[in-house]
Design a protein around this ligand. Structure first.
Ligand code: ZN
Length: 246
């Protein structure tokens, strides 16, 4: 598993699991693997009883926030979804929030350049790069505003605009990164989740990815270019936003 060379961003998540779900890292790993990921996406989770548990690993490059995995630590609170299936901050226990604050302080000591934010602060709606994460309720995660919460506790917080300057892709741009931590890899995962077989998720648009993209375009009534163009990315997003709302 690849390791981060720097850690400049700390991203708080919820696991988007329902009330009473309490199966720890092993359970989240099983969910993420069933969704086509190689391992649990988060570096660490905080269980409902407030117990912190290392997930993918402290220095591992996680899979928790599109475009930022190689520079960020993903810390996820187990819960986030209420009995009606809606994102709900009240599902997070006081014990979890106490541990969250403690772990954010400890991680800030371990990674002096870290700045904190919530997953939704990095929503693709904010940079227009056309990526959503398929495994959670992107717009809600982590159900509260981490930046003011962290700032009120004296923790360093992310300047999201400054962050985007470093890694954001221009809206509707062609993929410019290659490798597993890339826009292309996320789009390949979405294609895979949509049922198209593309072989290994490698972040490279090869013959299989082009063929899968053409098949998806055919099924979606789009021009069969085989390219992950803006209309195709939008159609992929719509598919998963619709299923996330269900
Ligand atoms: Zn999240």
């Amino acid at each position: 598993m690849a390791s981060r060379k720097k850690t400049t961003l700390g991203v708080v998540h919820v696991t988007a699991t329902p009330p009473g779900w309490d199966r720890g890292v092993a359970g989240i790993r099983a969910i993420h693997k069933a969704q086509g990921w190689s391992d649990i996406g988060y570096n660490e989770i905080i269980n409902p009883d407030g117990r912190a548990e290392i997930g993918r690993g402290k220095m591992a490059i996680g899979a928790h926030v599109a475009g930022f995995n190689s520079i960020s630590y993903g810390l996820s609170l187990v819960g986030g979804i209420n009995r009606d299936g809606k994102p709900d901050f009240s599902t997070i226990s006081a014990a979890q929030l106490a541990t969250l604050e403690r772990r954010m302080r400890e991680l800030t000591r371990d990674f002096p350049d870290i700045k904190w934010c919530g997953h939704r602060d990095l929503s693709p709606d904010k940079n227009g790069n056309g990526i959503i994460e398929p495994f959670e309720h992107m717009k809600a995660c982590p159900t509260f505003d981490v930046i003011p919460w962290a700032a009120a506790r004296g923790l360093p917080t992310a300047d999201i605009k400054g962050t985007w300057k470093i890694v954001a892709l221009a809206p509707n741009s062609a993929p410019v990164f290659e490798g597993p931590d890339s826009r292309t890899a996320y789009l390949q995962r979405l294609l895979t989740r949509a049922g198209y077989v593309i072989g290994p998720i490698d972040g490279i648009v090869g013959k299989k990815t082009r063929a899968a993209t053409q098949a998806f375009q055919l099924a979606s009534g789009l021009p069969e270019t085989g390219a992950l163009d803006a209309a195709t990315v939008a159609a992929l997003r719509n598919l998963f936003e619709a299923s996330a709302a269900a």
